[in-house]
Every structure is written in C-alpha cells, then in structure tokens.
Design a protein around this ligand. Structure first.
Ligand code: FPP
Length: 245
C-alpha cells in the first residue's frame, strides 16, 4: 500500500527545483510578467521555510539560467532587482534559521552590485548548518561540465591527476556542487517535462516529479506531495527489486 504521510526517516537529502510558470501565472490573471516573478519570490520563501521545517539538508533552486540572459533586458533587470531585494531582505532570516547560502553558475556575469551582495551573503552564512540553500544563477549544466573538463585536463597536464585516476569522484570534485550529495528529488512546475540544462550530472539517479502547478502557486502542501511521491518509489540504482529488499 502506498504511504500518505511523510516518513521523516526517508527524506531526500537533496531537493532541486526548476521553478517554472511565473509568466503564465501572471498572464492567466491578466497581469504583466513582473507580477508573476514577484509572486514567484514569495513561493521561494515558503519553500525554503518548508525545507527547514522538514529538515531537508540541501535545496537547489534554478533561479536564472545561462539561456535566461536572452530574455528582454527589462525582464532581466527586474529579475536582478528582485534578487538583490531578496538577498537584502533575507540575510537576517538566513542566519536566524541557520541556513547556509551558496550559488552555482557564472555569477561573474551578474551586475557588480549583485555579485558583491552574493559574496557577502555567502560569507556571512558560511558557518550555518541546518540547510544549504543554493541558487543556480547564470547557470548551465553543460557549462558546468565544460569547466570541470577544463580544470581536470589542466591538472592532468600538470601531473596533478593521472589519466587513469579519473573516475566519478574526480568529476564530482570538479563540479560547482562539489561536497553536495547527488540530487534525490527533482521537481519541475508548470507542466513542462524537460530538464533544461539543470544539474545534468547530479540528477543521474534522481526521482523526477512534474506538476502542472505554476511556480507562484506551488506551496508547502505541494512540496509534501512531491516528497510523498518520492518516498513511494523504489530506487533501484540499476539493481533488481529483490536485491533492494
Ligand atoms: C520561470 O518562470 C522562472 C524564472 C525564469 C526565474 C525564477 C524567478 C523567481 C522564482 C522569482 C524571484 C526569485 C528569486 C530567487 C529572488 P517563466 O518566466 O519562465 O514563466 P513562463 O514559462 O510561464 O513564462
């Protein structure tokens, strides 16, 4: 029989979310896209609180992809503004809730003011231990792999790593997410069923959860539903059912 309540002993260690549907949420309400992003920001806050409550250790949110730089400038500017506002508003809360803040992606491309603030928030939350909150910003999974290949190649060239020693753990150690566990549960909202260049290596064995809910409507109850769905699946990692039991 399938379980209906969250089993606190079988929580995903790492939850990653593709937050999609802000624009459609606004359109459905006859509003401009910016209102969708503003509502999306509130949903982000709620999901972080729920992860703290549940004792999930890693939450990684796809906030801005490398491809998002191709959006109209006015929308990019708004997203950057919202990000800065959130960082300023939430720094105290992050510390109060013992949340460590991190980013993955090429934040060097972000406006200087935001880049500086990202560094400040990372520095001031670095000793927190309850939850690691990671924002993927100017992030692309293929770029992450290219960077890893470049860094490893350089080490091979300089005799720091031998070619024979390259294995999964070496690759893991050269990703932006080094020291993180693999993603256990990947959630995407808005009904799209795509990965969109997110954490390509890290989701190798993740359970995928797609919901039609648009991101601004995604709430604690939806997160709980996703986790219960995750807990009702049998993760075999290539083995047989009998081996797992
Ligand atoms: C997808 O909706 C969402 C984004 C591109 C960015 C996510 C941004 C937020 C949740 C708002 C603020 C977040 C932070 C961390 C401050 P979409 O615009 O692609 O929606 P659509 O597909 O319906 O157009």
């Amino acid at each position: 029989m399938s379980q209906k309540k969250i089993d606190k002993d079988n929580l995903p260690k790492h939850v990653a979310v593709i937050m999609d549907g802000n624009g459609r949420w606004a359109k459905k309400k006859g509003l401009r896209r910016e209102f969708g992003h503003k509502a999306g920001r509130k949903a982000v806050k709620k999901i972080i609180e729920s992860c703290v409550e549940l004792n999930i250790k890693h939450l990684t949110l796809y906030a801005f992809s490398v491809e998002n730089w191709n959006r109209p400038k006015i929308e990019i500017d708004l997203l950057m503004q919202l990000l800065l506002l959130s960082l300023k508003d939430e720094l105290n809360n992050l510390n109060k809730n013992n949340i460590k803040f991190n980013t993955i992606g090429d934040i060097g491309k972000m406006p200087k003011k935001i880049f500086d603030y990202l560094i400040k928030v990372k520095k001031e939350t670095k000793n927190n231990t309850k939850l690691t909150l990671t924002l993927a910003l100017s992030y692309g999974g293929r770029n992450e792999i290219i960077d890893a290949v470049r860094n490893i190649s350089m080490k091979v060239k300089n005799n720091i790593i031998s070619l024979k020693k390259i294995d999964e753990s070496v690759i893991n150690d050269h990703l932006y997410t080094r020291h993180y566990p693999d993603v256990d549960l990947l959630i995407r909202t808005s009904g799209e069923k795509r990965i969109s260049n997110f954490l390509l290596w890290q989701i190798a064995y993740a359970e995928l959860y797609f919901t039609a809910k648009l991101w601004p409507d995604f709430n604690k109850k939806d997160l709980f539903k996703a986790i219960i769905s995750y807990q009702n699946r049998e993760r075999r990692f290539g083995k047989t059912s009998e081996q797992i039991k």
